[in-house]
Design a protein around this ligand. Structure first.
Ligand code: HEM
Length: 441
Protein backbone atom coordinates (compact mmCIF):
# COMPACT_ATOMS: atom_id res chain seq x y z
CA UNK A 1 0.00 0.00 0.00
CA UNK A 2 1.32 3.46 -0.86
CA UNK A 3 2.29 5.62 2.10
CA UNK A 4 -0.77 7.71 2.89
CA UNK A 5 1.39 10.14 4.88
CA UNK A 6 2.20 11.83 1.57
CA UNK A 7 -1.35 13.09 1.69
CA UNK A 8 -2.28 12.93 5.35
CA UNK A 9 -0.56 14.75 8.19
CA UNK A 10 -1.13 13.88 11.80
CA UNK A 11 -1.53 16.58 14.41
CA UNK A 12 -3.27 17.24 17.70
CA UNK A 13 -6.72 18.74 18.09
CA UNK A 14 -7.45 21.34 20.73
CA UNK A 15 -8.17 18.46 23.11
CA UNK A 16 -4.94 16.67 22.40
CA UNK A 17 -6.49 13.93 20.27
CA UNK A 18 -4.40 12.91 17.30
CA UNK A 19 -6.26 13.81 14.16
CA UNK A 20 -5.53 13.32 10.50
CA UNK A 21 -5.27 16.46 8.45
CA UNK A 22 -5.37 16.37 4.69
CA UNK A 23 -3.12 18.49 2.58
CA UNK A 24 -5.04 19.43 -0.50
CA UNK A 25 -2.02 20.49 -2.61
CA UNK A 26 -2.09 17.53 -4.94
CA UNK A 27 -5.47 16.43 -3.67
CA UNK A 28 -6.97 14.88 -6.77
CA UNK A 29 -4.04 12.60 -7.50
CA UNK A 30 -3.60 11.66 -3.86
CA UNK A 31 -7.31 10.92 -3.48
CA UNK A 32 -7.19 8.78 -6.61
CA UNK A 33 -4.21 6.91 -5.22
CA UNK A 34 -5.89 6.47 -1.84
CA UNK A 35 -8.96 4.98 -3.56
CA UNK A 36 -6.90 2.83 -5.93
CA UNK A 37 -4.85 1.35 -3.07
CA UNK A 38 -7.71 0.73 -0.67
CA UNK A 39 -7.88 -2.82 0.68
CA UNK A 40 -10.19 -3.63 3.58
CA UNK A 41 -7.83 -6.44 4.56
CA UNK A 42 -4.75 -4.19 4.76
CA UNK A 43 -5.72 -1.08 6.68
CA UNK A 44 -3.19 1.39 8.08
CA UNK A 45 -3.15 2.77 11.66
CA UNK A 46 -3.97 6.14 10.08
CA UNK A 47 -7.15 4.70 8.62
CA UNK A 48 -8.33 3.43 12.01
CA UNK A 49 -7.70 6.89 13.44
CA UNK A 50 -9.62 8.71 10.72
CA UNK A 51 -11.19 6.70 7.88
CA UNK A 52 -13.09 9.65 6.41
CA UNK A 53 -10.48 10.96 3.93
CA UNK A 54 -10.31 7.43 2.48
CA UNK A 55 -14.09 7.10 2.37
CA UNK A 56 -14.29 10.42 0.58
CA UNK A 57 -11.60 9.44 -1.91
CA UNK A 58 -13.48 6.22 -2.64
CA UNK A 59 -16.85 7.94 -3.01
CA UNK A 60 -15.39 10.46 -5.45
CA UNK A 61 -13.19 8.11 -7.46
CA UNK A 62 -14.31 4.48 -7.12
CA UNK A 63 -17.70 4.38 -5.40
CA UNK A 64 -18.21 0.74 -6.40
CA UNK A 65 -14.71 -0.46 -5.58
CA UNK A 66 -13.47 -3.95 -6.41
CA UNK A 67 -11.22 -5.19 -3.60
CA UNK A 68 -8.32 -7.62 -4.17
CA UNK A 69 -10.37 -10.50 -2.67
CA UNK A 70 -13.06 -10.07 -5.35
CA UNK A 71 -15.65 -8.43 -3.08
CA UNK A 72 -17.00 -4.90 -3.64
CA UNK A 73 -17.02 -1.89 -1.31
CA UNK A 74 -19.83 0.67 -1.70
CA UNK A 75 -19.56 4.23 -0.40
CA UNK A 76 -22.40 6.21 -2.05
CA UNK A 77 -25.59 6.86 -0.09
CA UNK A 78 -27.93 5.95 -2.98
CA UNK A 79 -26.12 2.67 -3.69
CA UNK A 80 -26.41 1.63 -0.04
CA UNK A 81 -30.13 2.42 0.01
CA UNK A 82 -30.64 0.33 -3.17
CA UNK A 83 -28.77 -2.63 -1.67
CA UNK A 84 -30.50 -2.40 1.73
CA UNK A 85 -33.95 -2.14 0.17
CA UNK A 86 -33.58 -4.93 -2.40
CA UNK A 87 -33.42 -7.96 -0.10
CA UNK A 88 -33.98 -10.41 -2.99
CA UNK A 89 -30.97 -9.22 -4.98
CA UNK A 90 -28.79 -8.52 -1.91
CA UNK A 91 -28.98 -11.43 0.51
CA UNK A 92 -28.07 -11.30 4.21
CA UNK A 93 -27.59 -15.07 4.46
CA UNK A 94 -23.95 -15.52 5.47
CA UNK A 95 -23.60 -19.33 5.37
CA UNK A 96 -21.52 -19.32 2.19
CA UNK A 97 -19.37 -16.34 3.13
CA UNK A 98 -18.65 -17.40 6.72
CA UNK A 99 -17.84 -21.07 5.98
CA UNK A 100 -14.19 -20.44 4.95
CA UNK A 101 -13.72 -17.82 7.70
CA UNK A 102 -15.07 -19.79 10.67
CA UNK A 103 -15.12 -23.43 9.48
CA UNK A 104 -17.28 -25.81 11.49
CA UNK A 105 -17.17 -23.76 14.71
CA UNK A 106 -19.50 -22.30 17.31
CA UNK A 107 -18.81 -18.86 15.86
CA UNK A 108 -20.15 -20.14 12.53
CA UNK A 109 -23.22 -21.62 14.21
CA UNK A 110 -23.85 -18.42 16.16
CA UNK A 111 -23.50 -15.89 13.36
CA UNK A 112 -25.44 -17.94 10.80
CA UNK A 113 -28.34 -18.48 13.24
CA UNK A 114 -28.67 -14.77 14.19
CA UNK A 115 -31.63 -13.07 12.54
CA UNK A 116 -29.48 -10.31 11.07
CA UNK A 117 -27.58 -12.83 8.95
CA UNK A 118 -30.66 -14.61 7.60
CA UNK A 119 -33.18 -14.02 4.81
CA UNK A 120 -36.92 -14.63 4.97
CA UNK A 121 -38.66 -16.79 6.13
CA UNK A 122 -36.27 -17.50 9.07
CA UNK A 123 -35.56 -13.78 9.43
CA UNK A 124 -39.23 -12.70 9.37
CA UNK A 125 -40.24 -15.17 12.07
CA UNK A 126 -37.52 -14.17 14.57
CA UNK A 127 -37.82 -10.46 13.81
CA UNK A 128 -41.56 -10.47 14.46
CA UNK A 129 -40.99 -11.91 17.93
CA UNK A 130 -38.24 -9.44 18.81
CA UNK A 131 -40.07 -6.40 17.43
CA UNK A 132 -43.10 -7.28 19.54
CA UNK A 133 -40.96 -7.04 22.66
CA UNK A 134 -39.38 -3.74 21.60
CA UNK A 135 -42.68 -1.92 20.94
CA UNK A 136 -42.83 1.86 21.54
CA UNK A 137 -44.93 1.19 24.67
CA UNK A 138 -42.37 -1.27 26.07
CA UNK A 139 -39.57 1.20 25.43
CA UNK A 140 -41.44 4.16 26.96
CA UNK A 141 -41.95 2.02 30.08
CA UNK A 142 -38.15 1.68 30.42
CA UNK A 143 -37.54 5.44 30.63
CA UNK A 144 -37.89 6.00 34.42
CA UNK A 145 -35.45 3.15 35.23
CA UNK A 146 -33.05 4.41 32.59
CA UNK A 147 -33.04 7.92 34.05
CA UNK A 148 -32.46 6.51 37.55
CA UNK A 149 -29.59 4.35 36.26
CA UNK A 150 -27.91 7.28 34.48
CA UNK A 151 -28.27 9.50 37.57
CA UNK A 152 -26.72 6.80 39.77
CA UNK A 153 -23.78 6.56 37.37
CA UNK A 154 -23.39 10.35 37.36
CA UNK A 155 -23.25 10.36 41.19
CA UNK A 156 -20.60 7.67 41.07
CA UNK A 157 -18.63 9.63 38.46
CA UNK A 158 -18.63 12.72 40.67
CA UNK A 159 -17.37 10.69 43.64
CA UNK A 160 -14.67 8.99 41.54
CA UNK A 161 -13.51 12.28 40.05
CA UNK A 162 -13.10 13.67 43.58
CA UNK A 163 -10.71 10.85 44.48
CA UNK A 164 -8.91 9.98 41.23
CA UNK A 165 -9.17 13.47 39.67
CA UNK A 166 -10.33 11.89 36.43
CA UNK A 167 -12.82 9.32 35.11
CA UNK A 168 -13.01 7.07 32.07
CA UNK A 169 -16.06 8.04 30.03
CA UNK A 170 -16.31 4.53 28.58
CA UNK A 171 -15.95 2.05 31.47
CA UNK A 172 -17.32 4.43 34.13
CA UNK A 173 -20.27 5.65 32.07
CA UNK A 174 -21.00 4.78 28.41
CA UNK A 175 -20.49 1.00 28.64
CA UNK A 176 -22.33 0.70 31.94
CA UNK A 177 -25.64 1.86 30.45
CA UNK A 178 -26.43 -0.59 27.61
CA UNK A 179 -25.25 -3.60 29.59
CA UNK A 180 -27.82 -2.81 32.29
CA UNK A 181 -30.56 -1.98 29.78
CA UNK A 182 -30.13 -5.20 27.79
CA UNK A 183 -29.66 -7.13 31.04
CA UNK A 184 -33.04 -5.76 32.17
CA UNK A 185 -34.61 -6.57 28.81
CA UNK A 186 -33.75 -10.26 29.22
CA UNK A 187 -34.04 -10.02 33.01
CA UNK A 188 -30.52 -11.31 33.64
CA UNK A 189 -29.89 -11.18 37.41
CA UNK A 190 -27.67 -8.20 38.31
CA UNK A 191 -24.92 -10.27 39.89
CA UNK A 192 -24.64 -12.39 36.71
CA UNK A 193 -24.07 -9.52 34.26
CA UNK A 194 -20.34 -9.03 34.72
CA UNK A 195 -19.12 -11.39 31.93
CA UNK A 196 -21.63 -10.13 29.32
CA UNK A 197 -19.49 -7.26 28.05
CA UNK A 198 -16.39 -9.40 27.52
CA UNK A 199 -18.36 -12.09 25.67
CA UNK A 200 -20.00 -9.48 23.51
CA UNK A 201 -16.72 -7.78 22.55
CA UNK A 202 -15.10 -11.13 21.71
CA UNK A 203 -18.00 -12.36 19.54
CA UNK A 204 -18.42 -9.09 17.63
CA UNK A 205 -14.64 -8.72 17.32
CA UNK A 206 -14.66 -11.91 15.24
CA UNK A 207 -16.74 -10.05 12.62
CA UNK A 208 -13.76 -7.84 11.68
CA UNK A 209 -12.73 -8.32 8.02
CA UNK A 210 -9.50 -10.08 9.05
CA UNK A 211 -9.08 -12.00 12.31
CA UNK A 212 -6.05 -13.83 13.68
CA UNK A 213 -6.09 -17.18 15.51
CA UNK A 214 -6.35 -15.49 18.92
CA UNK A 215 -9.42 -13.42 18.04
CA UNK A 216 -10.97 -16.55 16.51
CA UNK A 217 -10.31 -18.60 19.67
CA UNK A 218 -11.58 -15.77 21.91
CA UNK A 219 -14.79 -15.52 19.87
CA UNK A 220 -15.41 -19.27 19.99
CA UNK A 221 -14.79 -19.50 23.72
CA UNK A 222 -17.14 -16.57 24.28
CA UNK A 223 -19.95 -18.26 22.29
CA UNK A 224 -19.39 -21.50 24.25
CA UNK A 225 -19.49 -19.77 27.65
CA UNK A 226 -22.42 -17.59 26.66
CA UNK A 227 -24.41 -20.65 25.47
CA UNK A 228 -23.70 -22.52 28.71
CA UNK A 229 -24.87 -19.54 30.74
CA UNK A 230 -28.02 -19.01 28.67
CA UNK A 231 -29.00 -22.69 28.81
CA UNK A 232 -29.24 -22.36 32.59
CA UNK A 233 -31.03 -19.00 32.40
CA UNK A 234 -33.60 -20.35 29.91
CA UNK A 235 -34.26 -23.41 32.08
CA UNK A 236 -34.87 -21.16 35.09
CA UNK A 237 -37.21 -18.94 33.04
CA UNK A 238 -39.13 -21.91 31.66
CA UNK A 239 -39.69 -23.04 35.25
CA UNK A 240 -40.64 -19.52 36.38
CA UNK A 241 -41.78 -17.36 33.44
CA UNK A 242 -41.69 -13.56 33.66
CA UNK A 243 -44.15 -11.00 32.25
CA UNK A 244 -43.84 -11.33 28.45
CA UNK A 245 -44.78 -7.64 28.08
CA UNK A 246 -41.47 -6.68 29.73
CA UNK A 247 -39.27 -9.76 29.66
CA UNK A 248 -38.00 -10.47 26.15
CA UNK A 249 -36.62 -13.86 27.14
CA UNK A 250 -40.03 -15.09 28.33
CA UNK A 251 -41.55 -13.72 25.15
CA UNK A 252 -39.03 -15.50 22.95
CA UNK A 253 -39.50 -18.75 24.89
CA UNK A 254 -43.28 -18.61 24.61
CA UNK A 255 -43.33 -17.50 20.98
CA UNK A 256 -46.27 -15.53 19.70
CA UNK A 257 -49.42 -16.10 21.66
CA UNK A 258 -51.75 -16.43 18.68
CA UNK A 259 -53.76 -19.34 20.05
CA UNK A 260 -52.42 -21.96 17.72
CA UNK A 261 -49.13 -23.64 17.09
CA UNK A 262 -48.30 -22.31 13.62
CA UNK A 263 -44.57 -22.82 13.73
CA UNK A 264 -43.79 -19.33 15.10
CA UNK A 265 -41.85 -20.64 18.06
CA UNK A 266 -38.08 -20.69 17.94
CA UNK A 267 -36.03 -23.86 18.06
CA UNK A 268 -33.78 -24.22 21.12
CA UNK A 269 -30.73 -23.30 19.03
CA UNK A 270 -32.46 -20.26 17.49
CA UNK A 271 -33.57 -19.10 20.92
CA UNK A 272 -30.09 -19.20 22.46
CA UNK A 273 -28.23 -17.67 19.52
CA UNK A 274 -30.75 -14.87 19.08
CA UNK A 275 -30.54 -14.00 22.79
CA UNK A 276 -26.77 -13.75 22.37
CA UNK A 277 -27.27 -11.62 19.26
CA UNK A 278 -29.66 -9.29 21.07
CA UNK A 279 -27.28 -8.83 23.96
CA UNK A 280 -24.44 -8.12 21.54
CA UNK A 281 -26.38 -5.93 19.10
CA UNK A 282 -27.50 -3.50 21.75
CA UNK A 283 -24.27 -3.31 23.63
CA UNK A 284 -21.13 -2.13 21.84
CA UNK A 285 -23.08 -0.02 19.32
CA UNK A 286 -24.87 1.97 22.03
CA UNK A 287 -21.72 2.31 24.14
CA UNK A 288 -20.09 3.83 21.07
CA UNK A 289 -23.01 6.18 20.42
CA UNK A 290 -22.64 7.67 23.91
CA UNK A 291 -18.82 7.69 23.90
CA UNK A 292 -18.53 9.06 20.34
CA UNK A 293 -21.12 11.70 21.19
CA UNK A 294 -19.35 13.02 24.27
CA UNK A 295 -16.00 13.09 22.46
CA UNK A 296 -17.47 14.76 19.34
CA UNK A 297 -19.13 17.47 21.45
CA UNK A 298 -15.92 18.07 23.34
CA UNK A 299 -14.03 18.42 20.05
CA UNK A 300 -16.67 20.83 18.72
CA UNK A 301 -17.02 23.36 21.54
CA UNK A 302 -19.43 25.63 19.64
CA UNK A 303 -21.84 22.70 19.18
CA UNK A 304 -21.42 21.70 22.81
CA UNK A 305 -22.29 25.24 23.96
CA UNK A 306 -25.25 25.25 21.56
CA UNK A 307 -26.61 22.08 23.15
CA UNK A 308 -26.09 23.40 26.68
CA UNK A 309 -28.01 26.54 25.74
CA UNK A 310 -30.71 24.61 23.81
CA UNK A 311 -31.19 21.24 25.54
CA UNK A 312 -34.28 20.67 23.38
CA UNK A 313 -31.84 19.93 20.52
CA UNK A 314 -30.91 16.59 22.11
CA UNK A 315 -32.94 14.50 19.63
CA UNK A 316 -31.33 16.05 16.55
CA UNK A 317 -27.97 15.87 18.36
CA UNK A 318 -28.28 12.10 18.77
CA UNK A 319 -29.19 11.74 15.08
CA UNK A 320 -26.20 13.86 14.09
CA UNK A 321 -23.80 11.83 16.23
CA UNK A 322 -25.18 8.66 14.63
CA UNK A 323 -24.52 10.18 11.20
CA UNK A 324 -21.18 11.85 11.93
CA UNK A 325 -19.48 8.97 13.79
CA UNK A 326 -21.66 5.95 13.01
CA UNK A 327 -21.06 3.28 15.65
CA UNK A 328 -21.61 0.56 13.09
CA UNK A 329 -19.60 1.52 10.02
CA UNK A 330 -20.02 -1.52 7.78
CA UNK A 331 -22.81 -3.81 6.63
CA UNK A 332 -22.60 -6.86 4.38
CA UNK A 333 -24.68 -8.47 1.66
CA UNK A 334 -24.18 -11.01 -1.14
CA UNK A 335 -25.69 -10.66 -4.62
CA UNK A 336 -28.08 -13.45 -5.61
CA UNK A 337 -28.24 -12.55 -9.32
CA UNK A 338 -26.11 -10.52 -11.74
CA UNK A 339 -26.66 -6.83 -10.93
CA UNK A 340 -25.32 -3.49 -12.14
CA UNK A 341 -24.33 -0.77 -9.66
CA UNK A 342 -22.90 2.60 -10.69
CA UNK A 343 -22.19 1.20 -14.18
CA UNK A 344 -20.29 -1.81 -12.78
CA UNK A 345 -21.57 -5.35 -13.34
CA UNK A 346 -21.48 -7.64 -10.29
CA UNK A 347 -21.87 -11.40 -10.82
CA UNK A 348 -24.28 -13.46 -8.73
CA UNK A 349 -22.62 -14.56 -5.48
CA UNK A 350 -20.48 -11.41 -5.06
CA UNK A 351 -19.89 -10.29 -1.45
CA UNK A 352 -20.60 -6.58 -1.02
CA UNK A 353 -19.61 -4.32 1.91
CA UNK A 354 -21.95 -1.39 2.53
CA UNK A 355 -19.93 1.45 4.07
CA UNK A 356 -22.37 3.27 6.33
CA UNK A 357 -19.63 5.63 7.58
CA UNK A 358 -19.00 6.83 3.99
CA UNK A 359 -22.67 7.03 2.94
CA UNK A 360 -23.44 9.14 6.00
CA UNK A 361 -20.98 11.76 4.75
CA UNK A 362 -22.11 11.74 1.12
CA UNK A 363 -22.53 15.38 -0.03
CA UNK A 364 -25.19 14.22 -2.50
CA UNK A 365 -27.41 13.54 0.54
CA UNK A 366 -26.06 15.81 3.33
CA UNK A 367 -24.98 19.44 3.06
CA UNK A 368 -21.60 20.21 4.65
CA UNK A 369 -21.28 16.53 5.61
CA UNK A 370 -17.84 16.66 7.23
CA UNK A 371 -19.09 19.06 9.92
CA UNK A 372 -21.04 18.27 13.06
CA UNK A 373 -24.32 20.23 13.11
CA UNK A 374 -26.48 19.23 16.06
CA UNK A 375 -29.56 20.93 14.60
CA UNK A 376 -29.34 19.15 11.22
CA UNK A 377 -32.73 18.45 9.63
CA UNK A 378 -33.57 16.46 7.66
CA UNK A 379 -31.02 13.85 8.63
CA UNK A 380 -31.84 10.58 6.87
CA UNK A 381 -28.67 8.81 7.95
CA UNK A 382 -28.14 5.09 7.53
CA UNK A 383 -26.60 4.39 10.95
CA UNK A 384 -29.40 1.88 11.66
CA UNK A 385 -29.43 0.56 8.07
CA UNK A 386 -32.77 0.64 6.26
CA UNK A 387 -35.25 -1.84 4.79
CA UNK A 388 -36.22 -5.27 6.14
CA UNK A 389 -33.24 -5.57 8.50
CA UNK A 390 -33.34 -2.02 9.84
CA UNK A 391 -32.18 -2.01 13.46
CA UNK A 392 -34.86 -3.52 15.69
CA UNK A 393 -33.49 -1.67 18.72
CA UNK A 394 -33.14 1.83 17.24
CA UNK A 395 -35.83 3.43 19.41
CA UNK A 396 -34.14 2.03 22.49
CA UNK A 397 -30.67 3.13 21.33
CA UNK A 398 -31.99 6.66 20.65
CA UNK A 399 -33.56 6.83 24.10
CA UNK A 400 -30.36 5.62 25.81
CA UNK A 401 -28.26 8.09 23.81
CA UNK A 402 -30.55 11.04 24.52
CA UNK A 403 -30.85 10.39 28.26
CA UNK A 404 -27.16 9.61 28.77
CA UNK A 405 -25.79 12.58 26.81
CA UNK A 406 -28.32 15.20 27.96
CA UNK A 407 -28.05 14.31 31.66
CA UNK A 408 -24.25 14.06 31.53
CA UNK A 409 -24.04 17.50 29.93
CA UNK A 410 -26.52 19.06 32.35
CA UNK A 411 -24.52 17.73 35.31
CA UNK A 412 -20.98 18.28 34.02
CA UNK A 413 -21.15 21.08 31.43
CA UNK A 414 -17.44 21.88 31.85
CA UNK A 415 -16.22 18.33 31.22
CA UNK A 416 -12.95 18.12 29.27
CA UNK A 417 -10.91 15.28 27.80
CA UNK A 418 -7.77 14.63 29.80
CA UNK A 419 -5.21 13.18 27.38
CA UNK A 420 -5.68 11.24 24.19
CA UNK A 421 -8.60 8.79 24.06
CA UNK A 422 -7.81 5.22 23.00
CA UNK A 423 -9.62 4.06 19.87
CA UNK A 424 -11.27 0.63 19.76
CA UNK A 425 -9.07 -0.37 16.82
CA UNK A 426 -11.94 -1.83 14.85
CA UNK A 427 -13.14 -0.94 11.39
CA UNK A 428 -16.70 -2.29 11.72
CA UNK A 429 -17.57 -0.88 15.15
CA UNK A 430 -16.23 2.64 15.59
CA UNK A 431 -15.73 3.83 19.13
CA UNK A 432 -13.29 4.29 21.98
CA UNK A 433 -11.92 1.85 24.53
CA UNK A 434 -10.89 4.59 26.97
CA UNK A 435 -11.65 8.29 27.20
CA UNK A 436 -9.90 9.91 30.19
CA UNK A 437 -11.83 12.96 31.25
CA UNK A 438 -12.10 15.54 34.04
CA UNK A 439 -15.63 16.49 34.93
CA UNK A 440 -15.67 18.66 38.06
CA UNK A 441 -14.37 21.89 36.60
C1 HEM B 1 -26.43 3.09 18.38
C2 HEM B 1 -26.86 1.86 18.55
C3 HEM B 1 -27.13 0.91 17.42
C4 HEM B 1 -26.71 0.92 16.12
C5 HEM B 1 -25.81 1.96 15.43
C6 HEM B 1 -27.27 -0.25 15.48
C7 HEM B 1 -27.08 -0.55 14.14
C8 HEM B 1 -27.72 -1.58 13.49
C9 HEM B 1 -27.66 -1.82 12.07
C10 HEM B 1 -26.87 -0.99 11.06
C11 HEM B 1 -28.43 -2.90 11.81
C12 HEM B 1 -28.75 -3.48 10.43
C13 HEM B 1 -27.87 -4.60 10.01
C14 HEM B 1 -28.07 -5.01 8.56
O1 HEM B 1 -29.04 -4.61 7.91
O2 HEM B 1 -27.22 -5.72 8.07
C15 HEM B 1 -28.95 -3.37 13.07
C16 HEM B 1 -29.74 -4.49 13.23
C17 HEM B 1 -30.24 -4.91 14.44
N1 HEM B 1 -30.11 -4.28 15.66
FE1 HEM B 1 -29.15 -2.57 16.02
N2 HEM B 1 -28.00 -0.95 16.40
C18 HEM B 1 -27.96 -0.28 17.59
C19 HEM B 1 -28.57 -0.63 18.78
C20 HEM B 1 -29.37 -1.74 18.96
C21 HEM B 1 -30.06 -2.11 20.18
C22 HEM B 1 -30.05 -1.28 21.47
C23 HEM B 1 -30.68 -3.30 19.94
C24 HEM B 1 -31.53 -4.16 20.85
C25 HEM B 1 -31.83 -3.97 22.05
C26 HEM B 1 -30.42 -3.66 18.57
C27 HEM B 1 -30.91 -4.77 17.94
C28 HEM B 1 -30.78 -5.03 16.59
C29 HEM B 1 -31.38 -6.19 15.97
C30 HEM B 1 -32.22 -7.28 16.65
C31 HEM B 1 -31.03 -6.12 14.61
C32 HEM B 1 -31.36 -7.13 13.52
C33 HEM B 1 -32.57 -6.68 12.76
C34 HEM B 1 -32.87 -7.59 11.59
O3 HEM B 1 -31.99 -8.24 11.04
O4 HEM B 1 -34.05 -7.61 11.20
N3 HEM B 1 -29.62 -2.69 18.00
N4 HEM B 1 -28.53 -2.53 14.08
Amino acid sequence: MRDCRRACGFGKSENGISVATYEYGNMKNDARALAADFDLEKLTPEFYLDPYPTYRALRENEPVKRLPNGSYFLTRYDDLVSAYKNTKLFSSDKRREFAPKYGDSLLYEHHTTSLVFNDPPAHTRVRRLIMGALSPRAIAAMEPDLIALVDRLLDRLAAKDDIDLQVDLISDFAAAIPIEVIGNLLDVPHDEREPLRGWSLAILGALEPVIGPEAFARGNTAVKDFLSYLEVLVERRRAKPGDPQHDVLTRLIQGEDNGEDNGERLTAKELLHNCIFLLNAGHETTTNLIGNGLVALSENPAQKTRLIEHPDLIKTTVEEILRFESSNQLGNRMTTEPVELGGIALAAGTPVTLCIGAANRDPAQFSDPENLDIGRTPNRHLAFGTGAHQCAGMALARLEGAIAISRFLARFPGYALNGAPTRGGRVRFRGFLKVPCVINQ
